[in-house]
Design a protein around this ligand. Sequence first.
Ligand SMILES: [Zn+2]
Ligand SMILES: [Zn+2]
Ligand SMILES: [Zn+2]
Ligand SMILES: [Zn+2]
Ligand SMILES: [Zn+2]
Ligand SMILES: [Zn+2]
Ligand SMILES: [Zn+2]
Length: 352
Amino acid sequence: MGISEEMVVSFGDSPKKLITCSVCLQVLWKPMTCEECENSYCTDCITQWLKQQQAMNRKHTCPNSNCEFKQKNKIPSLLVQLLSQLRVKCVNTINGCKELLPYEALDEHQLVCGFQQQLCQMRENGCKEIVLKKDIVTHGATCGYQRQECKGQVYGCKDIVLKKDILAHEAECGYIKQQCKGKAHGCKDLVLKKDLNTHEPQCNYIQLLCQSCETKYLRGDGHELMKCLQNQIKNLANEMQKSNANDNQQKTLIDQLKEETRLLKVNEEEQKGVNTKLLKEIRLLKASDTQQKILIDQLKEETRLLKGKHQFNLIWFQVALMLKPHIKIALTPAEIGREIFGCLIISMPDSR
Ligand SMILES: [Zn+2]
Ligand SMILES: [Zn+2]
Ligand SMILES: [Zn+2]
Ligand SMILES: [Zn+2]
Ligand SMILES: [Zn+2]
Ligand SMILES: [Zn+2]
Ligand SMILES: [Zn+2]
């Protein structure tokens, strides 16, 4: 492919037609000239063309004419002159290169242009960064995919670690020297992490806790039985004191509760008094109800009897009235009635 016209800043006096490749229609790049017709083409373009011709079993004809292409040893000096008048942008102009170059300088500039994109050198370790050539050193210094020596390498770590993984590795690596837990109590040994498990159970500066007296002591100092017993007694005494204090607190609490209960009871008594009074009143009310009922019933019964007596009186009065003319003795109808119906009248509820 040739150079696209957009890349050409200045054509100088060169007529475009004379410097254009008739295959790609762009400005000739690394031209080749046909010996016979003297037409020139980009090296890439004519090579491609001839390959295609061959694939189709055709003769190596020139793209422009029917002559058979044969490369001329030298490019015509006119073409060289015309091309040398061009001023062309660097191909890496899209990446920021601001160079404007003479045609002949293009090739050489591309070799050194800092704006060329490159893959990071650590790509075989996994880095996928595409970096500008000018930035490759800076990137390399920070690229996480370069190999780095673990601090434990001098003590036997054989792992190959990438920079990005080094912190995680060293946190786990058994070949890193470390101080033991006894450091706080005077152990000055630097122990490989992998050996801590054997060092610490033997280190004299490790603090131990006696399960019986709950006292801490250094392994190197030991823990005398006499001291242990004394401590246990001290602990017991403390505990008793504490439980006494607790007892007192509880007593106060109980007293408070008692007082509250008492007050509640007093209230309850008062409430009970009120309740009893109320109950009595209700009973009284109910009682008077019943009394009233009884009274009403009595009244009803009396009325009924009175009614019955009245009717009866009426009957025997009429009978007595009928009999009166036949009786010589001066008697009131009532007296007559009593004479005749005496037994009946006696059996009447209210015969007086
Ligand atoms: Zn030709
Ligand atoms: Zn071309
Ligand atoms: Zn450049
Ligand atoms: Zn990288
Ligand atoms: Zn390591
Ligand atoms: Zn130690
Ligand atoms: Zn103890």
